[in-house]
Design a protein around this ligand. Structure first.
Ligand code: C5P
Length: 220
């Protein structure tokens, strides 16, 4: 089958990562988690004493970290300056800072370039998940999916992942992050006009995976 480029966008808690990884693994495609790249950039800023609320400081530092993503969907990896970042990028501190960092145009330009290079080099095709993949990073993707779910469903899934967290607080933090991601000037979270929208509220993960696999197979 021909190399296929699949863009999967949507807010947090819609099952984007689980779906993208499973689809890529099932179809023998590469996989790229672009949120992990923005998190890696944010972790580097926090570790190097950059004030993530200071856009000018962030813009100047954006060129510095070397971020490398492994694209095997069964074992995705991410390093920053050669150091394993998979654990540290999932902390509360990084999650709270990432929307401010990812709103800075210099950060987006740098990471978008990385993403396009990885997609162009992926033999046999790739699934790329994020917020602006179908609209900005890969506007010529063969298939664009936009995943949605009710805020209640998204918060419930997130607190299921983060043990012991309380549901109301998770929902509030999630809604705040989505509002920041959707409201920013540069390349906001948005559904591309030609994206296929899948509301996952009432679907199991398995059903979402099957739905996306079918859509990809139609394109091959
Ligand atoms: O997907 P994840 O929740 O890990 O993404 C973390 C953050 O990275 C998002 O809240 C958003 O601020 C940023 N992001 C982005 N563009 C992407 C992917 C993620 O701005 N394509």
């Amino acid at each position: 089958p021909a190399a296929v480029i699949v863009a999967i966008d949507g807010p947090s808690g819609t099952g984007k990562s689980s779906t993208s990884r499973a689809v890529a693994a099932q179809l023998g495609l590469s996989y790229l988690d672009t949120g992990a790249q923005y998190r890696a950039m944010t972790w580097w800023m926090l570790s190097n004493g950059i004030d993530v609320r200071d856009a000018a400081e962030v813009a100047t530092a954006a060129a510095k970290p070397v971020i490398v993503s492994g694209t095997d969907p069964t074992a995705p990896t991410i390093t920053v300056d050669g150091e394993d970042a998979a654990g540290p990028i999932r902390t509360q501190e990084v999650t709270s800072g990432v929307s401010a960092v990812s709103a800075v145009p210099e950060v987006r330009t740098r990471i978008t370039e990385l993403q396009r290079t990885i997609a162009a080099q992926a033999q046999g095709g790739i699934v790329v998940e994020g917020r602006d993949i179908g609209t900005t990073v890969l506007p010529d993707a063969d298939l664009k999916i936009f995943l949605t779910a009710s805020p209640e469903a998204r918060a419930a899934r997130r607190s299921g992942e983060l043990k012991g967290s309380d549901l109301a607080a998770t929902k509030e933090a999630l809604i705040r992050r989505d509002a920041a991601d959707s409201g920013r000037k540069t390349s906001p979270l948005a559904k591309a006009d030609d994206a296929c929208e899948v509301d996952t509220t009432e679907l199991t993960l398995q059903q979402v995976i099957e739905c996306v696999v079918t859509l990809v197979e139609e394109k091959r």
